[in-house]
Design a protein around this ligand. Structure first.
Ligand SMILES: Nc1ncnc2c1ncn2[C@@H]1O[C@H](COP(=O)(O)OP(=O)(O)OP(=O)(O)O)[C@@H](O)[C@H]1O
Ligand SMILES: [Mg+2]
Length: 267
């Protein structure tokens, strides 16, 4: 679905924010991107939606090369929720904010209203439709941003730290929503996060360090590389470290390992 080949990007022409990154993201998968502050995660996500263009390399989205000619077609396929919800609240009220992207699509008024309700309900914000941004908490703004992106109904959705301001219950709700979108609505999901327990639940992990991919694969395999993860300031939470320890000491006890992994997925 997304093919990134040998992509480099520099903001200042001096040093690379991303260097020689190659990746494949499968259609219908849920991929998490991990990495320390400044490792290049948001830069990578902005390149994937065409907000930045690579200084080197190519990006292909659903078989379309990402270039100026294809940009409007690609924007219909891939959506993003940015890291900072304050920077993306563009409507006067929640309702207008969710509607913002839809307004360019010439959708009949009734249908638009219905979509706003549907997606506001999905993120539990239906009672806030007439509120203005200053009346909302950071987590509530994050929910609105997610609803606005979902309303565009693109096949691929990138969530850049979209749960960073949510309380534990709110985070669990969004994880459930992501799983639902991924499993039952066939969306390809990319989540950028510092939360390893959250990332553990995705199908595929990519770890960035200083603008380079240092690890990639199934969460279970990536999490075995504790030293490399530490070098990217990622410390395994207790339950994942425990999983690794049991894997080392009792590799034959597959039932116990399966149970532990399933338990992690509920955290
Ligand atoms: N607009 C910008 N202008 C100049 N340099 C930038 C800009 N945005 C990011 N950078 C630099 O590019 C590098 C990668 O930044 P990026 O925002 O992609 O990291 P990140 O992995 O998303 O970090 P975080 O976890 O803090 O969100 C950093 O060194 C950062 O200082
Ligand atoms: Mg970032």
């Amino acid at each position: 679905m997304i093919k990134i080949e040998d992509v480099s990007f520099s903001y200042n022409r001096l040093d690379d924010a991303l260097s020689e990154v190659s990746l494949n993201i499968e259609k219908g998968s849920w991929t998490s991107i991990l990495g320390h502050n400044g490792s290049g995660k948001s830069t990578l996500s902005k390149l994937m939606v065409g907000l930045l263009s690579p200084s080197k390399g190519t990006i292909t989205i659903d078989e379309l090369p990402l270039n100026e000619d294809n940009l409007s077609k690609i924007r219909k396929k891939i959506g993003i929720v940015f890291q900072n919800p304050d920077n993306q609240f563009v409507g006067v009220t929640v309702k207008h904010d969710i509607a913002f992207g839809l307004e360019n699509q010439c959708i009949p008024h009734d249908q638009m209203k219905q979509k706003i309700m549907q997606y506001a309900r999905l993120v539990n914000m239906e009672e806030f439709l007439d509120k203005e941004p200053h009346q909302l908490s950071g987590g509530q703004k994050q929910r609105v941003a997610i609803a606005g992106a979902l309303a565009m109904e693109q096949d691929i959705l990138i969530l850049d730290e979209a749960t960073s301001m949510l309380d534990p219950e709110g985070t669990l709700e969004i994880i459930e929503l992501i799983k639902h979108l991924n499993k039952h609505m066939n969306k390809t999901i990319i989540t950028i996060t510092h939360d390893l327990s959250f990332a553990a639940q995705s199908d595929h992990l990519i770890v960035l360090k200083d603008g380079k991919v240092i690890l990639e694969g199934l969460p279970k395999d990536v999490f075995k590389e504790e030293e490399l993860l530490k070098s990217s300031h990622l410390e395994l939470p207790f339950e994942l470290a425990l999983f690794n320890e049991v894997t080392r000491q009792k590799p034959e006890d597959t039932k116990l390992l399966e149970a532990l992994w399933a338990y992690n997925s509920k955290m």
